[in-house]
Design a protein around this ligand. Structure first.
Ligand code: UD1
Ligand code: UDP
Length: 352
């Protein structure tokens, strides 16, 4: 049996690393195709190294561009790669909701290759997000849909998708379990910052709705400036490119380059709270018992909102500052996975 996994962006390397390992354990051949969507060392290479994801057999080298440029070039190159693959893969496996996911879904479907989607059924119900378009297309084209949460299963049901849907749990949670402690040992807090545990906030900002709207981006920085502790902000290159002098960076905000997964897990675990518009980071904060403040108007991960562990504040400075003063109640919500790890469950379903 042969599985072809398609990855291209930072969160996909983390998800694929877990599944890749389970494929090896099951003796299944994997062909990893990297679209080239993320290429900077700190968005790309460091994840392969830290998570021991084998280097991709095929690299499409697409890089950045407008949505049409990026997806168009990816489609052309992926089609050629999949057509040349002998024997053809038994499954094409796509992850999450990026342009690499969309391209994997479209190309595999047109080549009549069986398609399986890891992290199926997530919805923000906001079609202005490129990710929402990517998810909807990927889910409607997939024959196997691996849903991380019961909410995701329900979202699919409401769109009429019930065949091939399986509640597998979340491979991102599996990764956190696997790496949280190791992160603290290999990349301790003292290697990352002079701030004491609990004496800083951690923030990330990269969503198009925030970076491409100067009013929202300024609002976020203003909100971070009102926090009473330093804010460590590993900045995505997309956001850095928007800091052209017109956005004021408050004195307590420490801009950094993006960090690797282990450094990130260490920084999360010791933060007073996490402020982010990332999908993955919202969950990681809450799973690690750290309150999250989400710089968006909606979230796909509604379970994290339970007990106030995650708060939706948009890009409004007042709401950002106020959220930092509220404490969550009750235990932090966590997923109830079965005895089988999500990655093993996924591989068992691929085996049929
Ligand atoms: C993409 C995903 C987003 C995901 C994020 C994970 C889409 C539409 N968006 O957003 O869902 O949350 O990845 O991080 O697929 N750039 C670099 N170096 C790189 C990669 C990008 O400098 O290695 C810069 C380029 O200026 C590029 C911009 O970042 O134009 C945006 O990159 P792109 O891959 O288009 O989208 P992301 O914002 O990374
Ligand atoms: N992440 C990281 N370094 C960073 C920022 C994020 O390792 O500087 C990790 C983060 O912990 C999570 C994943 O990258 O595991 C989330 O990726 P991102 O926020 O880019 O994408 P999203 O989840 O929003 O699609």
């Amino acid at each position: 049996m042969r599985v072809c996994s398609i990855v291209g962006a930072r969160p996909q390397f983390i998800k694929a690393a877990m599944v890749s390992r389970a494929l090896v354990d099951a003796g299944i051949e994997e062909v990893l195709i990297h679209t080239g969507q993320h290429y900077d060392d700190n968005l790309n290479r460091i994840f392969f190294e830290e998570l021991r994801l084998p280097p991709p057999q095929i690299h499409l080298g697409v890089g950045s561009g407008t949505h049409a440029e990026q997806t168009g070039l990816m489609m052309i190159r992926l089609e050629a790669a999949l057509r040349n693959m002998k024997p053809a893969p038994d499954w094409v496996l796509i992850y999450g909701d990026t342009n690499s996911t969309l391209v994997g879904a479209l190309v595999a479907s047109k080549l009549k290759l069986p398609l399986a989607h890891v992290e199926a059924g997530l919805r923000s119900f906001n079609r202005t997000m490129p990710e929402e378009i990517n998810r909807v297309v990927a889910d409607h084209l997939s024959q196997l849909l691996f849903a991380p949460t019961p909410t995701a299963v329900e979202n699919l049901r409401r769109e009429g998708i019930t065949r091939g849907v399986h509640l597998t749990g979340d491979v991102m949670q599996e990764a956190v379990w696997c790496y949280a402690r190791r992160a603290q040992q290999q990349v301790p807090l003292t290697h990352l910052t002079g701030h004491a545990p609990g004496q800083y906030y951690l923030a990330t900002v990269h969503r198009a709705e925030n970076t491409d709207n100067p009013v929202r981006l300024q609002g976020i920085f203003e909100g971070l400036g009102r926090l009473e502790l330093p804010v460590i902000l590993p900045l995505h290159p997309r956001t850095r490119a928007r800091l052209d002098g017109s956005i004021r960076i408050p004195a307590n905000v420490e801009l950094r380059k993006p960090v690797g997964y282990l450094a990130m897990l260490t920084l999360v675990q010791h933060a007073r709270a996490v402020l982010t518009d990332s999908g993955g980071l919202q969950k990681e904060a809450v799973w690690l018992g750290v309150p999250c403040i989400t710089l968006r108007d909606e979230t796909e991960w509604i379970e994290t909102l339970e007990g106030g562990w995650n708060q939706l504040v948009g890009a409004d400075p007042e709401r950002i500052a106020a959220a930092a003063h509220r404490q969550p109640t009750g235990p932090a919500p966590t997923l109830k996975n079965g005895a089988e790890a999500p990655s093993q469950h996924i591989v068992r379903l691929l085996q049929g």
